[in-house]
Design a protein around this ligand. Structure first.
Ligand code: ADP
Ligand code: MG
Length: 251
């Protein structure tokens, strides 16, 4: 008998408003363990806000978020957050820290000694395909693709069970992007982690996702595999969204 699929995150009746701007509304969602879930939709539809709700970086206006069965409490989420690796939209590297300084930031904060840091640096550089020779450089001295690898290495450093990636390949040129897509998927497959990845590109979603969650105006329009969305669209918007990007979908 197959083991029951466990859900890492559960969102129930989630609404998030910033003053009178509703970013996320009426969202009920379960994020399965060990799978890759892709959040997709047009710019401004609430993808980043939803990811930040999972991380406990913002509190819902109403509704509940649980992580591995415990409520996510943004006023006391530090211990939970250390079990999640986060790649911020745009990379979010600290410009005044070297690549190594960025990658090791959390672990140094936790008081790791030099030997333990060095051993883990070697491991995450392998995982993120980051050349060790780049570790002394500052973010401005790195290419876009190299910065993405540093951001990924930083997210992986504490070996979190969950990786949350906000448009990790957003600003890269097509060839670098395509190479990094292949490498990232290989990394996800190697690690067997729970991944939640945000993109606005349906080709990328189809490439990565076990499950796609398509959003519009803060709500989930449909969730399922790419073939389910393509073959049985729940709403004309699904057809329009896939159709507008069809030329990009390569699997
Ligand atoms: P996406 O990542 O899909 O582009 P976001 O989650 O960033 O969308 O934003 C959803 C909506 O919420 C947008 O209208 C945005 O302007 C608004 N929003 C997001 N964060 C804030 C904030 N901190 N304060 C006010 N409005 C916000
Ligand atoms: Mg965003």
């Amino acid at each position: 008998m197959a083991p029951p699929v466990q859900d890492v995150f559960e969102l129930r009746g989630i609404r998030k408003a910033f003053s009178d701007e509703v970013a996320v509304d009426c969202v009920d969602l379960s994020i399965a363990s060990g799978a890759t879930t892709v959040l997709i939709g047009p710019s401004g539809c609430g993808k980043s806000t939803l990811l930040r709700l999972l991380l406990g970086l913002v509190a819902p206006t109403s509704g509940s978020v649980t992580f591995e069965g415990s409520p996510v409490d943004p006023t006391d989420a530090l211990a939970q957050r250390r079990r999640m690796g986060y790649v911020i939209q745009g990379g979010g590297l600290f410009p005044h820290l070297s690549a190594e300084g960025n990658v090791t930031l959390l672990a140094r904060h936790l008081g790791w000694d030099a030997d333990r840091l060095a051993a883990r640096i070697a491991e995450v550089c392998d995982l993120a395909r980051l050349e060790r020779g780049l570790l002394g450089r500052f973010p401005l001295q790195l290419s876009g693709g190299q910065r993405q690898r540093v951001a990924l290495a930083r997210a992986l450093f504490l070996d979190p069970g969950v990786l949350l990636l906000d448009e990790p390949l957003g600003a890269l040129d097509p060839i670098v992007r395509s190479d990094l897509q292949d490498e990232l998927r290989a990394t996800f497959d190697d690690l067997g982690k729970t991944v939640v990845l945000v993109t606005h590109d349906m080709g990328e979603a189809a490439f990565f996702a076990d499950r796609i969650v398509l959003m519009k105006d803060g709500r989930v329009v449909q969730e399922g595999t790419f073939d389910e969305l393509d073959g049985a669209p729940a709403d004309p918007f699904v057809t329009r969204f896939i159709g507008a990007q069809r030329s990009h979908v390569v699997r």
